[in-house]
Design a protein around this ligand. Structure first.
Ligand code: GTR
Length: 329
């Protein structure tokens, strides 16, 4: 009798402990993170850095397992999976998540930011925090932005010095309506392709070119097929790290703070790595014979975007955000 009572008390205690552990997220867990870039890319390094901070600060309870190089799929699909909680964290470009979270499209608006410094001011200030807080209705929690330079147009056909030179060129864009609209506004033909298909697209002539920052242009080998890079610097669309709301809810408040803080630190870490790779990539492309077009008038490219702004401003919240960003000094 005594033994049975003792046993049941022990069981109750065990169950209570397990429930507390579950409620406080004290169970050790491995979180799966998706990144489309290669193993050495600064975003992947930043995620690893975040992973070691999370492990250290949680006393080894939580780990991040980073899947780079599209191991979990292309950005569009991994985002859907993150949304439903099948992937825990995702480092994606704002242009992709902008198809789900409209405010992210604003960060991918052509010619909105005057410089990288302007972008950094916005991301590091109150607008950046507000934007990170705006993901929840869409199934995500925004953890940090990683600014990743400016994107420019490259192609294999001719040096582009004027909008007219783009006429009829088939340019790959990310799977985003806004990016397609942008290329169409310049008189080129947008071809929406996942990142992993661009190299084959260039090699087979399915597309004539694409647009991206220096590190992406070079680390993917696109520069071996597209020998003309025009410094349009049309967007400075940053990357963003999101967590699935489901995974977030499994963390205790204390662990949530650890994730947030580690993500923010990883964003500073990435900033340091970035500049160096950007310079090295540009030099590598130049050394390989890529013709860089810098002596051209950027104004007509900018003017061609009027339609995109008119479309975006149809949403009053977006119009207001564009205006606020413009006013950040
Ligand atoms: C890169 C970005 C990727 C991906 C890629 C693309 O600059 O880091 O996340 O969006 O561009 O063009 O698909």
């Amino acid at each position: 009798m005594y033994r049975r009572a003792h046993l049941s008390r022990t069981m109750t205690l065990v169950v209570a402990l397990l429930l507390t552990a579950a409620a406080t997220g004290a169970f050790a867990r491995e979180f799966r993170v998706a990144d489309t870039q290669n193993e050495d890319y600064p975003t992947v390094q930043a995620l690893r850095y975040m992973g070691s901070m999370v492990a250290e600060r949680s006393g080894g309870r939580h780990q991040l397992k980073v899947f780079h190089s599209r191991q979990l799929g292309e950005e569009k699909e991994t985002l859907e999976q993150t949304r439903v909680g099948a992937i825990d964290l995702n480092r994606t470009n704002v242009a992709l998540i902008g198809t789900i979270v409209p405010a992210m499209n604003v960060l991918a608006m052509p010619f909105l930011f005057r410089s990288i410094e302007h972008l950094q001011k916005v991301l590091d200030g109150p607008i950046g925090s507000e934007l990170l807080g705006s993901f929840e209705p869409y199934g995500f929690v925004g953890l940090a932005f990683y600014d990743s330079g400016a994107r420019s147009i490259y192609n294999s056909v001719r040096p582009v010095r004027a909008v007219a030179d783009l006429h009829g060129l088939r340019l790959r864009v990310q799977q985003s309506e806004q990016m397609s609209d942008m290329v169409r506004s310049l008189g080129a033909v947008p071809v929406e392709l996942p990142y992993g298909q661009v190299l084959t697209g260039l090699a087979t002539g399915l597309i004539d070119g694409a647009e991206n920052n220096w590190p992406s242009f070079v680390t993917t080998n696109h520069y071996k097929y597209a020998g003309y890079y025009t410094l349009t610097e049309h967007t400075v669309s940053p990357e963003v790290l999101v967590m699935s709301k489901k995974a977030w809810a499994s963390l205790s408040a204390e662990d949530q703070a650890i994730f947030r803080e580690s993500a923010l630190r990883s964003s500073r870490f990435m900033r340091e790595k970035w500049k160096d790779l950007e310079d090295r990539s540009r030099r590598q492309a130049e050394a390989a014979g890529v013709k860089i077009v810098t002596d051209f008038d950027r104004k007509p490219f900018e003017a061609a975007m009027a339609g995109i702004y008119a479309k975006a401003r149809l949403d009053p919240a977006i119009a207001q955000l564009i205006e606020r960003i413009g006013k950040v000094e």
